[in-house]
Design a protein around this ligand. Structure first.
Ligand code: AMP
Ligand code: MG
Length: 405
C-alpha cells in the first residue's frame, strides 16, 4: 500500500497555483499578490506635521510669536512663516512655507488671540516634520508578487491609490456528502439514519484554510444521483466527496468518478485513520480539478483534510504546498503503537510553559478513542499525534510530534 509520504508527494505534484485574476482591494484580504507593486506617488505627498502645535522657523529665538493662522489637516497654508511669527497647526496638516520645525502644543502657552509663547526657542530643524517622500518615493517597490495580502498590505496599497490588484483567486471548493443513511441537520432521524456532520465540517475547514467552499445536496449511493452531483462539483477547483470510497457494496464513488473521466492518482494509503482515501484529477483544456474521495467516518475525514486537502488549498491559493506546523510535546503516559500504518491520533496538547522551568514545554495526552467514527472524542482534541509506520512502545515522557487542530 502507498505510504503516507508517497501519497502526499503525489498530491503535491498534481497541485499548482490557480491562474491569476484581478480583485478589488476590498475583496483581496487573505489572497496572494500576483504582481510586483511600485509606488506612483510620494508618501507623504507633502511635508506634514506629526504633532499638534506651532509651525516655526528653527533659528528664531524670539519667545513671543504672532500667530498667522490655524492650519488643519486637509487645508492648505496661506501665510509664510517669518521671524517672530508662527502658525497653529494640527497633526497631518501641510507645513507652511518658511517653517522648518513644529513645537508641540504642550511646550507653548497662549498669551492672547494672536500671540503664543514658545517655551524652548532652540528647536531643531525638521523637528516633528515628515518630509515629502520620506516614507516612500515614486518608483519605490512597495510589495512583491507572492506576498500574502494581510490588513497591513491592504493599507499600504490603499495609501498609494491602488484600488485593484492582480491576485491568485480563492480556490472554489465543493463538498459532496454521500450515503443513503445521511439526513440533513435539522431533520428527525428514522431507523438506521445518522446526521450529515461531514458536510458542514468540511465546508468550515476549507473556508478557514482560505477556500470559498459550499456544500452540495447529499448524494445517495446510487449511480445516477452520484453522477449528477459529481458533475456539478467538477465545476469547482476542488471537489471533496465524503463516504463511498471503502470496500462496501454501496461504495460506488471510485467507479462513478472513473466513468466521469476523473483520473485516479491513488486509492488507499497506509494511514490510520484515513486508509480508504481516494485522490484523482479531472483535467480539461484549461482547468484541472482536484478530487478527493474522503473516507466517510468523521475522524478519518478530518485527518485526511488536515494532511492532504489543507496543503492543497494553500498551493492552489499561491501559498505553496506546506505541511502543517509541528509542535513537539512530551507524552504524559505510556502508549503502545501497533504499527503497520502511520497514525495521526486525536490528542490533547497542554501548552504548559512553566515559568519555573521553561524547558518543560507542552505535554500531550493521546485520547482514548473508539475508532474513526468517534467524533465526540475528536471534539475534545486540539491536536493529532503523529506515530510512525513501525510499531513502538512509547514510555511516558517520550517526545512526540503533534499537529495542532
Ligand atoms: P462510508 O465510507 O460511506 O462507508 O462511510 C463510513 C462511515 O462514515 C459510515 O458509518 C457512515 O455512516 C459515516 N458517514 C459517511 N458520511 C458521513 C457524513 N457526511 N457525516 C457523518 N458520518 C458519515
Ligand atoms: Mg457510505
Amino acid at each position: 500500500m502507498l505510504s503516507f509520504e508517497e501519497a502526499l508527494k503525489l498530491v503535491e505534484q498534481n497541485t499548482r497555483a490557480l491562474s491569476t485574476g484581478r480583485a478589488p482591494l476590498g475583496e483581496a484580504a487573505g489572497l496572494v499578490l500576483a504582481e510586483d507593486i511600485t509606488s506612483e506617488v510620494n508618501s507623504p505627498p507633502y511635508d506634514k506635521t506629526l504633532m499638534d502645535g506651532y509651525a516655526v522657523m528653527s533659528g528664531d529665538i524670539e519667545p513671543l510669536r504672532r500667530v498667522l493662522e490655524t492650519i488643519g489637516a486637509g487645508t492648505v497654508p496661506r501665510h509664510v512663516i517669518t521671524s517672530g511669527t508662527a502658525s497653529r497647526i494640527m497633526t497631518g496638516a501641510p507645513i507652511p512655507d518658511g517653517a522648518d520645525a513644529v513645537v508641540p502644543i504642550e511646550q507653548t502657552e497662549i498669551i492672547d488671540d494672536q500671540t503664543v509663547r514658545i517655551q524652548q526657542a532652540d528647536v531643531k530643524p525638521g523637528r516633528h516634520i515628515l518630509r515629502l517622500g520620506e516614507s516612500l518615493r515614486i518608483g519605490d517597490q512597495v510589495l512583491s508578487r507572492g506576498t500574502l495580502l494581510r490588513s497591513i498590505e491592504l493599507a499600504i496599497l490603499a495609501e498609494i491609490g491602488r484600488d485593484g490588484v492582480s491576485v491568485v483567486p480563492r480556490p472554489r471548493v465543493d463538498v459532496l456528502p454521500t450515503g443513503n443513511e445521511l439526513v440533513p441537520i435539522g431533520e428527525p432521524l428514522s431507523g438506521g439514519q445518522i446526521r450529515n456532520s461531514n458536510g458542514l465540517m468540511l465546508v468550515a475547514a476549507a473556508n478557514v484554510a482560505g477556500a470559498d467552499a459550499r456544500e452540495l445536496r447529499i448524494a445517495r449511493d446510487d449511480r445516477e444521483d452520484l453522477q449528477r452531483k459529481i458533475k456539478q462539483g467538477l465545476a469547482a477547483d476542488v471537489l471533496l466527496l465524503s463516504g463511498g470510497v471503502s470496500a462496501g457494496d454501496f461504495d460506488l464513488v471510485p467507479s462513478v468518478l472513473g466513468e466521469l473521466g476523473v483520473e485516479k492518482i491513488f486509492h488507499k494509503i497506509a494511514l490510520r485513520p484515513g486508509k480508504p482515501l481516494w485522490f484523482g484529477i479531472k483535467a480539461e483544456k484549461d482547468r484541472r480539478v482536484l478530487v478527493f474521495g474522503l473516507p466517510g467516518n468523521p475522524v478519518s475525514t478530518l485527518v485526511c483534510f488536515e494532511l492532504f486537502v489543507r496543503p492543497a488549498i494553500g498551493a492552489l491559493a499561491g501559498l505553496g504546498f506546506s505541511e502543517p506546523p509541528i509542535v513537539r510535546a512530551k507524552l504524559n503516559h505510556p502508549h503502545d503503537h501497533p504499527g503497520g500504518r502511520a497514525a495521526y491520533l486525536p490528542a490533547r496538547l497542554t501548552s504548559s510553559i512553566r515559568p519555573d522551568d521553561p524547558s518543560e514545554g507542552p505535554t500531550v495526552d493521546i485520547l482514548p478513542w473508539h475508532g474513526s467514527a468517534d467524533l465526540a472524542t475528536l471534539a475534545r482534541a486540539n491536536g493529532l499525534v503523529r506515530l510512525p509506520v513501525e510499531a513502538c512502545q512509547l514510555a511516558a515522557g517520550s517526545r512526540l510530534e503533534v499537529i495542532r487542530l
